[in-house]
Design a protein around this ligand. Structure first.
Ligand SMILES: [Zn+2]
Length: 287
């Protein structure tokens, strides 16, 4: 069932669990994630970055594929199609193309400009029942290389953005995109607690969900994190399983060259990764 992310995250906040956002890259990814969500009665958010959207042909191709699968595969758990780290123009375009949820990432603007643009995105989204995620302060990533602490958001700025009427808020608490460095300082629960105190009932989003120790993830959920983004982990699992297929020479046996056979181990690896995450996040049987 295609819905916005609003209600599933409010339910998650109430029930003290988190809904996973799993980023998609193609048909196999989408099918694996939807099937896993349905098999485990879990709500799910399909994340689409602007780059991945372009890769799949464009936003309308993504929406058409997801809608078709929901119908063909009888997916009745709540599913949203969410633009990940959208630009201002990208968010407007995704909404016009049928996305049910968008992130407008204005974290690289000044707080004033971030507020202004976020307001405009909210106005465009609200009339169509589309949920909006905004972000305060940059979350660390590969580009910052040397630092082990990641970016930390200012709780007061979080409150300013939360008050605009968004549905979910991404705020840096030491999380990092991609693989975590050896010297990573861990999540900053003190800042998370301050953000939670100021933003109240706002579902919080944890980006960079790959490689955060399970105990830290659970503690973050207890402090108000209701959405966790997972991307890199599915990519690593898919590629590892695919490499094993070739390393074992299976492509050279029988009809092992059939792309449906070639992609099958990676498909299963994504399913397994998604299920493990759903178990940790506590979203199983919550649909
Ligand atoms: Zn992110």
């Amino acid at each position: 069932m295609l819905v916005s992310s609003k209600k599933m995250l409010q339910d998650a906040l109430q029930g003290q669990y988190a809904v996973g956002q799993f980023n998609i890259n193609n048909l196999e990814w989408t099918k694996a994630i939807l099937q896993t969500a349905q098999e485990n009665s879990s709500p799910v958010i399909l994340g689409v970055s602007e780059g991945a959207g372009k890769y799949m042909g464009g936003y309308r191709s993504v929406v058409g594929m997801v809608k078709g699968m929901i119908e063909d595969m009888s997916i009745i758990v709540p599913v949203s199609i969410h633009l990940d780290h959208g630009s201002y123009e990208g968010a407007l375009k995704a909404m016009d193309s049928g996305f049910t949820s968008v992130m407008f990432d204005g974290s690289h603007y000044t707080i004033e400009e971030n507020i202004q643009k976020t307001k405009e995105i909210i106005a465009a989204a609200k009339e169509r029942g589309i949920s909006v995620e905004a972000e305060v302060g940059a979350i660390g990533g590969e580009e910052d290389g040397v630092t082990g602490s990641g970016e930390i958001a200012d709780p007061k700025e979080c409150k300013m953005i939360a008050d605009l009427g968004i549905d979910m808020l991404a705020a840096g608490i030491g999380n990092i995109h991609g693989k975590y460095p050896e010297n990573w300082a861990g999540l900053n629960f003190e800042v998370l607690g301050q953000i939670k105190d100021l933003t109240g009932e706002m579902p919080l989003v944890l980006h960079g969900g790959t490689g955060i120790p399970t105990e830290m993830v659970k503690q973050a959920i207890g402090l108000g994190v209701s959405k966790i983004n997972v991307n890199t982990e599915c990519q690593i699992a898919f590629t590892e399983a695919t490499r094993k297929y070739f390393d074992a020479g299976k492509d050279l046996q029988g009809k092992g060259y059939d792309p449906r056979k070639v992609l099958a181990p990676g498909f299963e690896a994504i399913k397994q990764t998604v299920k493990e995450k759903m178990m940790i996040f506590g979203s199983i049987d919550k649909a």
